[in-house]
Design a binder for this molecule. Structure first.
Ligand SMILES: [Cu+2]
Length: 89
C-alpha cells in the first residue's frame, strides 16, 4: 500500500536481531511522517497533541524499553496500515 515507507533492520522483520540504533524510517516527507504514539494512539490511529512527530524522511528513532508504537499521522494513512509496533528488550 505504501511502498515508500521502508523500515529497515526492524525487529518486526528480524524478530531476534539486535538493532543498536533503532529502526530507520525512510519515506517521502511531503507525503508521510512518523508520529510516536502510545498504544491508544496506535489502535485508534490518532496521535496525542504532545506526540513527537518526525518529518525528515530519514528518521532513526531510539526505542524505549518495551513496546514502541509509531504511526503516520497524515489522515487515512494509519487506517490503511501505515503503522508499526516494535518491542525493544
Ligand atoms: Cu503516510
Amino acid at each position: 500500500m505504501f511502498p515508500n515507507l521502508v523500515v529497515s533492520h526492524g525487529p518486526s522483520y528480524y524478530p531476534n536481531q539486535k538493532v543498536p540504533h533503532g529502526p530507520a524510517f525512510n519515506y517521502y516527507p511531503s507525503f508521510h511522517n512518523v508520529a510516536v504514539v502510545d498504544v491508544k494512539g496506535y489502535k485508534g490511529c490518532s496521535p496525542s497533541s504532545k506526540a513527537k512527530i518526525y518529518t525528515s524522511g530519514k528518521d532513526r528513532i531510539k526505542l524505549s524499553k518495551g513496546r514502541n508504537y509509531f504511526i503516520c499521522s497524515i489522515p487515512g494513512h494509519c487506517d490503511e496500515g501505515m503503522k508499526l509496533s516494535v518491542y525493544a528488550h
